[in-house]
Design a protein around this ligand. Structure first.
Ligand code: NAD
Length: 272
């Protein structure tokens, strides 16, 4: 069910499915999506300083049927906020916008060259001070993780990266598995570009499920946490209703064979 969690490498429990809110407006749009998701069983919300909607996310959590303590809230430090002092300040600013005193997870949004190691030191400090339960990264390739871990005192708990049947991260996934870094899928639905793929459509028909549910179920069965975005109530409910069926080994192979290493977002190596 929706409370199914992964145990991160520091012992913290993280729900496998959450709501992503990129491009949801910082007003009634994001507040109502967050409230609706929580009231329908979601226990993880993924936002970022860059999304400009932390205020509305905090409001949605307060308006929901649950307490902040019951919700796993993630935010991220943006590229122009990186560096040691800058990150400490950015974190305080995020907390202020949420209206909370602590966060469950804080991620380095992108590996800004020459900056991300100092940024990590700030995250380690906040983690030691226990104002964040888990610290991690996003958009890190294997070589970024190797570089970071050479000097790190705390291993990243999570690497949030683009992941879907067209980009199944053949190099990064085994590396993360080996180091017990949980992968979390962003744009798990490739922003809607996979629903007409014959393989996805066929498997959906065979299970009497929607294409979105097939893709999100594939995430979980490959051991990857997932954060599909929607602000539409029916789709929010649909995207989390993936705990009462199972894809067969044959289905999993067919979905795996869809990989074409194709991104909908930028390649972290070409971003800077
Ligand atoms: P997504 O793959 O989750 O696709 C979202 C879009 O798919 C929605 O706008 C909607 O139009 C459509 N959709 C959703 N559910 C549907 C359904 N059941 N049926 C039909 N259409 C449906 O893309 P995303 O928003 O880019 O990614 C999800 C979340 O990942 C973001 O909101 C954000 O929280 C996170 N993210 C992180 C990074 C990063 O750099 N760390 C980058 C992009 C996104």
């Amino acid at each position: 069910n929706l409370q199914d969690t992964y145990t991160l490498n520091n012992g913290v429990q993280m729900p496998g499915v959450g709501l992503g809110v990129y491009k949801a407006d910082d007003g009634e749009e994001v507040t109502s999506a967050v409230r609706t998701a929580i009231d329908h069983g979601y226990r993880l919300i993924d936002t970022a300083s860059f999304y400009g909607n932390e205020r509305g996310v905090g409001e949605g959590i307060r308006e929901s049927s649950m307490n902040q303590n019951d919700i796993f809230l993630t935010s991220k430090v943006w590229n122009d906020e990186q560096g040691y002092d800058e990150t400490l300040r950015a974190f305080e600013a995020s907390l202020g916008r949420f209206g909370f005193n602590n966060l469950d997870m804080y991620l380095i949004h992108w590996p800004v060259p020459g900056k991300f190691k100092e940024t990590w030191k700030a995250l380690e400090r906040l983690y030691d001070e226990r104002v964040i339960q888990a610290i991690g990264v996003s958009n890190f390739h294997k070589h970024h993780l190797e570089d970071l871990m050479k000097d790190a005192n705390v291993k990243p708990a999570v690497n949030q990266v683009e992941y879907h049947p067209h980009l199944s991260q053949g190099e990064l996934k085994p590396f993360c598995d080996k180091h017990d870094i949980r992968m979390q899928a962003w744009s798990p639905l490739k922003r809607g570009k996979l629903f007409d793929e014959p393989t996805v459509a066929d498997i959906a028909r065979e299970h009497g499920r929607t294409p979105a549910q097939i893709i999100l179920r594939w995430d979980l069965q490959t051991g990857v946490a997932t954060i599909p975005k929607s602000t539409n109530k029916e789709r929010i409910v649909e995207n989390a209703d993936i705990f009462n069926f199972e894809l067969s080994e044959h289905d999993m192979t067919r979905l795996k064979n869809m990989n074409i290493d194709d991104r909908t977002g930028p390649n972290p190596d070409e971003m800077f």
